[in-house]
Design a protein around this ligand. Sequence first.
Ligand SMILES: [Zn+2]
Length: 98
Amino acid sequence: MHSCHAINCKTEIEPKLFMCYKHWKMVPKKLQISIWNEYRPGQQIDKNPSVKYMAVQQFAVGEVADKEGYEDEAQIAYKSAAKFALLWKQADEKANQK
Ligand SMILES: [Zn+2]
């Protein structure tokens, strides 16, 4: 078990889940789908999620924090999402050069 990834939420959830039900419902549908698409079974065990997963995951944390009024935390999460999105873009560019 681990706790929900939403800011200040201590709800314990299954390792394969990203947020508790209450917070998951606050994540926009498109982002929910992206999180499931990028989720790789076992990533919570080897602690090695992809940059794509981290980008969408951090963006979702930001969206929920923003809805709950945690503006500073939302900004931090958005910045983190942008950082992972940049790594994602660089990896794609590298792949396209081959
Ligand atoms: Zn929660």
